[in-house]
Ligand binder design. Structure first.
Ligand code: CP
Ligand code: NVA
Length: 328
C-alpha cells in the first residue's frame, strides 16, 4: 500500500508503522543522494516553518534550518526567552497562532505533552526535536547511518545502548528497534530504573515485528553487538545528577576493551552527540576539577575506525529533511 504522511505529526516513532518508517528512511537516502549529485528540487518553496527550542542544540536546529532552506522553505527560530509561549500566552493559544502562520512546527523541550498539545491545537504537522522521553529524529539518522555502514538488514542488527538506560535516547532506541524488528539491549546499572510502561509498550510492538528488547546489567550482552551506542550521563536539565551518575556509570564507559568484548571486528560506535570524550569542553574541565570524569566514551574509541559519529551527525540533516518533505 502506498505511504502518504502528508499532514502527519512526528512526535514519536511509536505513531508510525514499520512501512512508514521505511518510507522516511528511503526518502532520506534519496534526498542525500540528490544533494550529493547537486540536484535541487525546492519542493518546499512557498512554505514556512517555525523552530521552538527550550533546550540548547547544535545539530537539530541546524539540521532543520538547512533542510528547510535547501528545499526552499522559510524558517523562524524562537528560543524560550524570545516568545510569549507559556509565560504570557498559553500553549493552546500559541499553537493556534503558529498554526495560522506556519506549515510546520518543530519543538525541543522537556515534557512530551507539549509536543502532543502543539500538534493537537495547531492544525499543522509538529516535529519532536527532543523531549525528556524521546528523540525520534535522532533515531531516523542513526538507522540511516547503520544502513550505510553495516552489511546486514536492520532486522538482523543488534544495538547495545551503554550507560544512562533511562534517558530519552535509550527510550527512543527501544521504540525504533521495536518498530524495525531489531535486537536492542539497554546495558546499564540496576540502580537506574527503566520506565516499565515504555519497556512494555516497546515489547508489545516487538511481538509483531520480531524485535527483541532487553535490559541487561552485565557485560555478557556485549557479545555479537553490531552497534555500541552511548550518550551523555546527565541529560540537559539533569546537571545536578553528575556526581551520582559518574559513580554509577563509570563501569559502562565505552572503551576499547568494551569494543573487544563484542567479538565483532566491524562493530560500529554511534553517539547522538554532543559527547564528552576528552576534556576540551568547559563542562568536562569544570567537573574534572571537582573530581568527576564525565567522559562516557574514551577519546580512543571516539576517534577509532569503529566510530561513525560524524556521518551520523550529517545524517540528522538528510533524515530531518525527509520528515519535513514527507509531512508538509
Ligand atoms: N544530537 C542532537 O540532538 O544534537 P543537538 O543537541 O546539538 O541538537
Ligand atoms: N540525552 C541527551 C541527548 C542530547 C541530544 C540530552 O537530552 O541532553
Amino acid at each position: 500500500m502506498a505511504v502518504n504522511l502528508k499532514g502527519r505529526s512526528f512526535l514519536t516513532l511509536m505513531d508510525f508503522t514499520p512501512s512508514e518508517i521505511r518510507y522516511m528512511l528511503d526518502l532520506a537516502h534519496d534526498l542525500k543522494a540528490k544533494k550529493r549529485a547537486g540536484i535541487v528540487n525546492h519542493v518546499l518553496r512557498g512554505k514556512t516553518i517555525v523552530l521552538l527550542f527550550e533546550k540548547g542544540s547544535t545539530r537539530t536546529r541546524c539540521a532543520f534550518e538547512v533542510a528547510a532552506m535547501e528545499e526552499g522553505a522559510g524558517v523562524t527560530f524562537l528560543d524560550s526567552g524570545s516568545s510569549q509561549m507559556g509565560k504570557k500566552e498559553s500553549l493552546e493559544d500559541t499553537a493556534k497562532v503558529l498554526g495560522r502562520f506556519y506549515d510546520g512546527i518543530e519543538y525541543r523541550g522537556f515534557d512530551q505533552k507539549v509536543v502532543e498539545d502543539l500538534a493537537k491545537f495547531s492544525g499543522v504537522p509538529v516535529w519532536n526535536g527532543l523531549t525528556d522521553v524521546d528523540h525520534p529524529t535522532q533515531i531516523l539518522a542513526d538507522l540511516l547511518t547503520i544502513e550505510e555502514h553495516c552489511a546486514k538488514p536492520l532486522n538482523q542488527v543488534k544495538v547495545v545502548f551503554c550507560g544512562d538506560i533511562r534517558n530519552n535516547m535509550s527510550y527512543a532506541w527501544m521504540y525504533g528497534c521495536a518498530k524495525m524488528g531489531m535486537h536492542f539491549v539497554a546495558y546499564g546499572p540496576e540502580e537506574l530504573k527503566v520506565d516499565e510502561n515504555i519497556l512494555a509498550a516497546a515489547r508489545e510492538v516487538a511481538k509483531e515485528t520480531g524485535a527483541t528488547i532487553e535490559v541487561c546489567h552485565d557485560a555478557s550482552c556485549l557479545k555479537d553487538a553490531d552497534v555500541l551506542y552511548t550518550d551523555v550521563w546527565a541529560s540537559m536539565g539533569e546537571e545536578d545528577k553528575i556526581p551520582e551518575r559518574v559513580r554509577m556509570l563509570t563501569p559502562y564507559k565505552v572503551t576499547m576493551d568494551m569494543i573487544k568484548e563484542t567479538e565483532n571486528p566491524d562493530v560500529l560506535f554511534l553517539h547522538c552527540l554532543p559527547s564528552f570524550h576528552d576534556f576540551e569542553t568547559t563542562m568536562a574541565k569544570t567537573q574534572k576539577e571537582k573530581g568527576y570524569d564525565i567522559r562516557e566514551v574514551t577519546d580512543e574509541v571516539f576517534r577509532s575506525k569503529h566510530s561513525v559519529v560524524f556521518d551520523e551527525a550529517e545524517n540528522r540533516m538528510h533524515t530531518i529533511k525527509a520528515v519535513i518533505v514527507a509531512t508538509i
